[in-house]
Design a protein around this ligand. Structure first.
Ligand code: MF3
Ligand code: CO
Length: 255
């Protein structure tokens, strides 16, 4: 069952979302050569706590940190660690915030030091995939319209979409129905729900420079590309409305 949120619930999600987006901006500024991913995670956690909110990832299925920080061939769910960033590292940061019982979930990819042209393009196309999908996020369309928009934009640019992980509904739980895949399955194997106002979704393209295939490392969290090529991630929590969709994980000067 897909929950449609009341305006009271949406107010709370907007607040959680704003805090998550602000934490993402703070993290962006800390992606610097020499910084450890642990120190970035710590700053994210402190910021969230300072807003009287909770890091939604911490303890989720025993996840040990407040953010996921995934470098280069790491797609998602990288665990913050003592590794120091070096120039050219592609750093995807995913943040979840719980405030007054509701969640905001967002991510973006940044580069430490000097970005390569390839890295800039991968990151920009991944971000564009989200905005192409957002155009389809309206009542009457289906989840697959979002999925198709991401896939077409990524593949048109020579990239592939990760198929083993998806976007998702989000609300009082971090993962609610429906799944929001970044690709369309033909023939369709699963239900393809119609979008309705009041639905809140995390749309999160995970885009690989090389093959779509991934595997999970021995730490049981870190998802890496099979071919070792780079990957980027961009995510916002959004609200479907009768008019334009609203980005709930929004703040000034967001990536
Ligand atoms: N943002 C991630 C998602 O949408 C959640 C990270 S999993 C966690 O699936 F364990 F780190 F919380
Ligand atoms: Co998510």
């Amino acid at each position: 069952m897909i929950k449609r949120k009341s305006s009271r619930e949406i107010d709370k999600m907007r607040e959680a979302g704003r805090i998550a987006a602000e934490a993402r901006n703070l993290a962006r500024d800390l992606v610097q050569v020499g910084a450890t991913t642990k120190s970035i995670d710590k700053a994210i956690k402190n910021y969230i706590l300072s807003q009287d909110a909770k890091p939604a990832f911490l303890g989720y299925k025993d996840y040990p940190a407040s953010s996921c920080i995934s470098i280069n061939d790491e797609v998602i769910h990288g665990i913050p660690a003592a590794r120091r960033l070096i120039s050219g590292d592609i750093v995807s940061i995913d943040i979840g915030v719980k405030k007054r019982g509701y969640i905001g979930d967002c991510a973006a990819t940044f580069v430490a030091g000097e970005p390569s042209e390839d890295a800039k393009r991968l990151i920009e196309v991944t971000r564009e995939c989200f905005y192409e999908a957002l155009k389809k996020a309206k009542p009457g369309n289906r989840v697959s319209d979002i999925s198709r928009a991401v896939q077409q934009h990524a593949e048109k640019n020579g990239y592939s979409v990760v198929r083993d992980y998806t976007g998702h509904g989000v609300g009082s739980e971090m993962h609610e129905p429906p799944e929001v895949p970044n690709f369309v399955e033909i023939p369709r194997k699963k239900a393809d729900p119609r979008l309705m106002s009041g639905m809140t979704l995390a749309i999160e393209p995970m885009i690989n420079e090389g093959v779509a295939g991934i595997y999970v490392k021995d730490d049981n969290w870190t998802v890496v590309t099979k071919d070792g090529k780079n990957s980027a991630h961009y995510e916002n929590t959004i609200l479907i409305t009768e008019e334009e969709p609203e980005i709930l994980t929004a703040c000034e000067d967001m990536p």
